[in-house]
Write a new protein. Structure first.
Length: 287
């Protein structure tokens, strides 16, 4: 596990100088073993792996006439880590909503693990969403439930036995570093801890795919970096991660696949990219 900066180090920085995600990463690297350093290496997605997500000539037009997406073609192979970047209103959130079947495309087809989402019946949606872990900017925790109850909620709704729920919740909370806080309520947690709970809730079904919409948007740089380390670990275990973000420094630091969306279209698809296009280098298109 990558280790972030201590509270003491951050307090030393506070008020005297600014720090960036890169600064925090460099501090973390000094504490890593050789095996842990490998997890931070720039990884090139294996585009020969089976496609998990496929957008085929997808358009999304709203009744107001606004075209949120225009002729989008995108393939995400199994185990990929994809950053969706672009200005506000570019179409990133629309793409996420289509992917979780919150909305349907106006034209075109979207396949997830070989199943066309547009043809999926409403009664099938709960089963589909169990395969997908969702993480949002505003956490979406239930304030009157403890951390344990928040993470266990969906499992209880689906009628899983208590022993199964206890095991899964314990595993999820251990993964995000919140073991021992099961009886705590969300209001008593920091923003970073609340986001960890949201990630644990996404993991409790052992999903094959994680979809995150601005998961670090409400967090300070140090906490955002810690949260990104969790997503990296989840991806390293085999889950496909699709993340919409405005966090330029983290995107530039991690150098994972970057899909830039502008005016509803894919403007750039770099296998190991930065937030903004580097015109001094030849662009590598994902096939």
């Amino acid at each position: 596990m990558l280790v972030g900066p201590s509270r003491l180090e951050l307090s030393e920085l506070s008020g005297r100088l600014s720090y960036t995600a890169r600064d925090l990463a460099q501090r973390a690297r000094r504490r890593l073993t050789s095996q842990q350093k490998t997890q931070l290496m720039v990884l090139t997605p294996d585009f020969t792996a089976r496609p998990v997500i496929s957008f085929q000539h997808v358009w999304k037009r709203y009744p107001t006439g606004t075209e949120a997406l225009r002729d989008v073609n995108l393939v995400v192979p199994e185990g990929d880590f994809v950053f969706l970047v672009g200005p506000s209103g570019a179409g990133k959130s629309t793409l996420v909503r289509l992917l979780i079947r919150e909305e349907k495309p106006t034209k075109g087809k979207i396949f997830v693990e070989g199943v066309e989402l547009g043809r999926m019946k409403r009664r099938q949606l709960p089963f589909y969403r169990r395969k997908v872990g969702l993480v949002f900017q505003d956490f979406k925790l239930l304030p009157n439930l403890t951390i344990y109850e928040n993470v266990a909620f969906a499992l209880r709704v689906h009628g899983q036995p208590d022993a199964f729920i206890r095991t899964r919740v314990a595993e999820a909370l251990d993964t995000v570093g919140l073991s021992g806080k099961e009886l705590t309520y969300p209001a008593n947690l920091s923003g970073g801890e609340q986001q960890r709970v949201a990630i644990a809730r996404a993991l409790v079904h052992a999903p094959s795919m994680i979809i995150a919409d601005e998961p670090t948007g409400n967090l300070d740089p140090a906490t955002a970096w810690e949260i990104m380390q969790l997503f990296m670990r989840i991806n390293a275990r085999g889950a496909t991660v699709v993340m919409a973000t405005h966090n330029r420094e983290i995107v530039d630091l991690l150098r994972r696949r970057v899909v830039a969306i502008d005016a509803g279209q894919i403007a750039r698809d770099d296998r190991s990219g930065r937030y903004h296009d580097d015109s001094s280098k030849s662009q590598i298109r994902a096939q």
